[in-house]
Design a protein around this ligand. Structure first.
Ligand code: SF4
Length: 136
């Protein structure tokens, strides 16, 4: 993995059972490809939990932002357990509530009406990336 000091690791929950889990993954991807491509990498949560050494080492050394689809906080708890406390722990329902947005009705294959929710979560992650880098 090509890592620079300015990188932040985003750890998204891998929830398939809630639309909010799917939102967390799509929003992280949007941050990685569109909003903060030079400042972020994604950390694969299943591999991280399964013992991926590179992922765990990265998360020990560099700041992380976790994005969870519900209050069970799988990404935040796993990151803290295996590597250290995340710099920011975001929860999709909290972000949607803050922006007065509803979660998609479907589990995946979201439509145009769901794009505002994805964008709001992506913007919140990007804002957190900026804050973490400024305070690092
Ligand atoms: S945080 Fe919630 S949605 Fe995400 S993997 Fe855990 S239980 Fe599933």
């Amino acid at each position: 993995m090509d890592i620079q000091v300015t990188k932040i690791g985003m750890v998204s929950c891998s929830g398939e059972e809630l639309p909010e889990g799917t939102i967390s993954r799509i929003a992280c991807r949007k941050v990685l490809t569109d909003l903060k491509p030079n400042e972020t990498v994604t950390i694969c949560l299943p591999l991280f939990i399964a013992g991926g050494e590179e992922e765990r080492k990265f998360a020990k050394k560099y700041p992380t932002i976790t994005v969870d689809g519900c209050e069970k906080l799988c990404a935040a708890k796993s990151t803290e357990m295996f590597s250290g406390k995340p710099s920011k722990s975001l929860v999709v329902p909290d972000i949607l509530k803050k922006h007065n947005l509803s979660a998609p009705k479907k589990l995946r294959h979201f439509g145009d009406e769901d794009q505002a929710a994805i964008q709001a979560v992506a913007d919140e992650i990007a804002k957190s990336v900026k804050e973490v880098l400024e305070n690092d």
